[in-house]
Design a protein around this ligand. Structure first.
Ligand code: PGA
Length: 231
């Protein structure tokens, strides 16, 4: 495999603090002692990104200190800059703690009514703070509604593929890639599992994956990464 890949775990709103700590401890043990995944990441420049609930960001930072290829990500940020917005977490607050932040995930669009202008405001604030947005799009319409620049990562996640077991055909994923302006990296997400990950990794247009359910168990996620990076 020539190009480095980004493997993003999206825990969504799962896990208690105890469960988060246990996951990280187990995952850290799996990475230890010159593990295959640690060697592959270090030699290939691959990154493992953990998008977790805000209260667990600092826990992931600890793991990131031990393994520089592990990066911290938030799952959302405020559409407003720092200020009097009780309950919001600004891009300014996240900067320095995270390398990446998901923006416009399908579940944010569905449950919280997020759309173009709000999503664009979040992207712009994150970029201003030096945090790389991972902008989730469901379709070519979503792509057209945003102004995407060379600094953003885009993740194509069609609604029907999220959590359904109906992963999108690689040809469909590649066709969205060809509609994008120059961006930092293009990911696919939606029902990725260890058994189907290789087909996406072999497609040169796809620079990585966004994994929901299959990231909730540390061993399952570790094995998925191993399959992804040893194609
Ligand atoms: P899934 O979720 O892997 O469980 O389909 C992906 C996502 O929502 O990011």
């Amino acid at each position: 495999m020539k190009h480095s890949k980004l493997i993003v775990a999206n825990w969504k709103s799962n896990k208690t603090v105890g469960e988060a700590m246990a996951w990280l401890e187990h995952f850290s043990k799996l990475l230890a002692n010159d593990s295959d995944v640690a060697k592959l990441c270090s030699s290939g420049g691959h990154e493992i990104v953990l998008a977790v609930s805000n209260p667990y960001l600092l826990l992931v930072s600890q793991l990131s200190k031990d393994y520089s290829f592990v990066k911290v990500a938030a799952q959302n940020s405020s559409m407003y800059a720092m200020g009097s917005y009780t309950g919001e977490v600004s891009a300014h607050a996240l900067a320095g703690m995270v390398s990446y932040c998901l923006v416009g995930h399908s579940e944010r669009r569905h449950w919280f009514g997020e759309e173009g202008a709000q999503i664009q405001a979040k992207i712009d604030l994150l970029l201003h703070e030096g945090v790389t947005p991972i902008v989730c799009v469901r379709s070519s319409e979503d792509v057209r509604s945003l102004s995407l620049t060379a600094d953003v990562v885009v993740a194509y996640e069609p609604d029907e593929s999220i959590g359904s077991g109906l992963n999108a055909p690689v040809s469909q994923v590649a066709s969205i890639a060809h509609q994008l302006p120059p961006i930092k990296r293009y990911l696919y997400g939606g029902s990725i599992i260890r058994e189907n990950v290789a087909e996406y990794m072999r497609e040169p247009a796809i620079g990585g994956i966004l994994v929901g359910r299959a990231s909730l168990d540390p061993l399952e996620f570790y094995q998925l990464i191993e399959s992804a990076l040893t194609i």
